[in-house]
Design a protein. Structure first.
Ligand code: ASP
Length: 314
């Protein structure tokens, strides 16, 4: 099982086979992460550049560690301290990085489509680490991997995504991975953030503004932060009102099946979309998602480099 693609730009264009290849390969890398020696030589001699033009904690550290564990050289590049501030275009930045023999460019950018744009000129591998409100493919993959690991399947599961769907790239990547692998996806939140039009993306997607209904049948509840940085006007009267109508708290956990998983891509806003006792409770897999992110990002870099899991002999 190999990938025949140069870039990872989104999950919308991945086939179910490609998605399954990531899940199987990530299982192998998860085992690598549990060994005393957590490193493999798969990317020795390769250079990975983290080009982050928007803030990030988990994703940047996770990509950095993934590349280091594959024995690549890693450079972290943040927009604040770069010539992007002096007016250099993204395309010129790309050509300069490639002149230094960058093999992988991990791009986080506020503009939807930025990685697709760069991929038109790139000799290197472009990996989308989140582009505006469009997609965050490795987050979608690590969420799907976490569900697969805990539930043993994706097909036939009911996954509720709750919160700011409209401005969330995490929602879009999750939606594509999950429906392609046969899950049913329910989107819930205030109607201003969860427009009915999402149902036209795929027949397995349902929109509801009724929280109890969205929670009762769910095998998985994935919570999203309110993306204030992307909202141009307030989509609801106040944070307090959002918390009281849609925040996940102990009382609402009674609507959730005891075997359902509670997920969140982070950063969590305690007391807004999730109360602390839920975030830190038994059903929460939020920190397992972070651990799995590393295995999934190792798998993605490895597959883009032409690797196949069977070669690893693990
Ligand atoms: N960390 C995720 C992202 O970059 C989710 C979030 O910021 O709420 O999209």
């Amino acid at each position: 099982m190999t990938w025949h693609r140069q870039h990872l730009l989104d999950l919308q264009s991945l086939t179910p086979e490609e998605l399954n290849t990531v899940l199987v390969t990530a299982q192998v890398f998860k085992k690598v992460g549990e060994r005393a020696i957590k490193k493999v030589p798969a990317l020795r001699g390769k250079t990975v550049i983290n080009l982050f033009v928007e803030p990030s904690t988990r994703t940047r550290i996770s990509f950095e560690l993934a590349a280091l564990r594959l024995s690549a050289d890693v450079i972290n590049f943040t927009a604040e301290a770069s010539s992007l501030k002096k007016g250099e275009t993204l395309k010129d930045t790309l050509h300069n990085l490639e002149s230094l023999n960058a093999d992988f460019i991990i791009l986080r950018h506020g503009a939807s489509g930025a990685p697709h744009f760069l991929s038109r000129f790139a000799r290197s591998h472009i990996v989308n680490a989140g582009d505006g409100a469009h997609e965050h493919p490795t987050q979608g993959l690590l969420d799907t991997f976490t569900i697969f690991e805990r539930k043993g399947r994706i097909e036939g599961l009911n996954v509720t995504i709750l919160g700011d769907i409209l401005y969330s790239r995490v929602a879009r990547s999750n939606i594509w991975a999950l429906v392609k692998l046969g899950a049913k996806v329910t989107l819930c939140g205030p109607s201003t953030l969860v427009p009915r039009v999402f149902e036209s993306l795929h027949p397995q997607i349902k929109v509801t503004w009724d929280l109890e209904q969205a929670l009762r049948g769910a095998d998985v509840v994935n919570l999203l932060r309110i993306q204030h940085e992307r909202q141009r006007a307030s989509a609801f009267p106040s944070i307090g009102e959002y918390a009281s109508l849609f925040g996940l708290n102990a009382a609402r956990m009674k609507w959730i099946r005891p075997d359902a998983l509670i997920m969140h891509p982070g950063p969590i806003n305690r007391g807004v979309e999730i109360e602390s006792d839920v975030a830190d409770g038994d059903q929460s897999v939020i920190l397992q998602q972070v651990t799995n992110g590393l295995a999934v990002r190792m798998a993605v870099l490895f597959l883009l480099n032409g690797g196949r899991a069977s070669e690893l002999g693990i």
